[in-house]
Design a protein around this ligand. Structure first.
Ligand code: ASP
Length: 325
């Protein structure tokens, strides 16, 4: 995408809360966060407070507002990108939701912090500065929403929180798609690969209910029937390449709603390999759908969007198994 040719270009920073917006005795608004970093050269940063929540309370309403604000600002000629500040706990869900629903012609970059502003070595200002630098580069466009943390740039599909307290809290298989550093002549951004195709699924409401079940050694299906009765679809964080104890096979067979098999293992695909009762091959024959490389909570979001769009089970399978996300 060509950079917009204006003398003063703007990057809009949408604040939603989280530790980056916290200090020892209260909250820091997004305007204060911007004061802490100053503006990159030739660019004005604009603050807009969309929400002020710990990300455990992130909701469809906030996601919808974020999507609307991104769409609004993408039509403003001198605005070249958006940064979203966010709590780290569910940041990957917001990033993936926007990845699946937002046609964004310009960079949208999410960041947060692990240490609040009153802590020694608070990481908020550095992450915010990096995110703004990534958002103003034309090379960041067309990649879908990005997550910038500790100088690493991640794709919304693969990024995940990998540590509860370290400042290097984000990772995901196969890893970052780029890197931003403060080099000797200024910020240096490098991407390791080109943009990839995206697919947009944007229902007006997110009204499908999808529940996640977590497999473990000795699981005999406790909770399955209750979840199946309540939900429009299920995601199971299964074992390894997507296997379940034998007791689960008849339950999956009897389910006429989509059952998506993800894995509780932190990296790698779901592959329908094993032919024993409950093995991935038997679950697939019983109608289960493979989540591919998506973790269970991202698979849940995709399934909610597809079911809210009233896609058939056959179409849902195609999206997951052909990687149309
Ligand atoms: N609990 C916080 C949140 O997700 C953690 C953080 O921001 O790092 O909002």
């Amino acid at each position: 995408m060509k950079p917009k040719a204006f003398e003063v270009r703007r990057v809009v920073v949408l604040g939603t809360g989280g530790t980056i917006a916290g200090y020892v005795a209260g909250e820091v608004g997004v305007a204060d966060l911007l004061e802490s970093i100053g503006a990159p050269s030739g660019v004005t940063l604009v603050a807009e407070q969309v929400a002020q929540v710990d990300s455990k309370d992130m909701s469809f309403n906030v996601w919808r507002q974020l999507a609307r604000r991104c769409a609004y600002w993408s039509d403003v000629p001198d605005v070249i990108g958006v940064v979203i500040t966010h709590g780290t706990d569910t940041l990957e869900e917001t990033a993936f939701f926007l990845h699946l629903t937002l046609e964004c012609p310009f960079p949208v970059v999410l960041t947060g912090s692990m240490r609040h502003s009153a802590e020694l070595s608070g990481d908020g200002p550095g992450n915010l500065r990096d995110a703004a630098q990534v958002a103003l580069r034309p090379s960041s466009a067309g990649r879908g929403p990005l997550v910038v943390f500790g100088g690493d740039v991640f794709d919304a599909r693969t990024v995940t929180k990998v540590h509860t307290s370290s400042v290097g809290a984000f990772g995901g298989y196969p890893g970052p798609i780029g890197r931003i550093d403060q080099g000797p002549t200024g910020p240096a951004l490098r991407y390791f690969a080109g943009p990839e195709a995206r697919h947009i699924y944007a229902p007006p409401e997110l009204n499908a209910r999808v529940e996640v079940l977590y497999a473990y050694a000795g699981w005999q299906g406790e909770g399955y029937a209750e979840a199946e009765a309540r939900a429009d679809g299920l995601v199971i964080a299964a074992l390894g390449t997507g296997n379940l104890p034998a007791e689960l096979l008849p339950l999956v067979e009897a389910t006429h709603k989509p059952v998506v098999i993800a894995t509780r293992t932190h990296a790698g695909p779901v592959l329908p390999l094993y032919g024993y009762a409950g093995g991935g091959a038997t679950l697939r024959r019983a109608g289960a759908i493979s989540a591919s490389f998506l973790n269970a909570h991202k698979a849940r979001l995709l399934l909610m969007l597809l079911l809210s769009l009233e896609l058939s089970q056959h179409e849902v399978r195609r999206v997951f198994e052909e990687g149309l996300f």
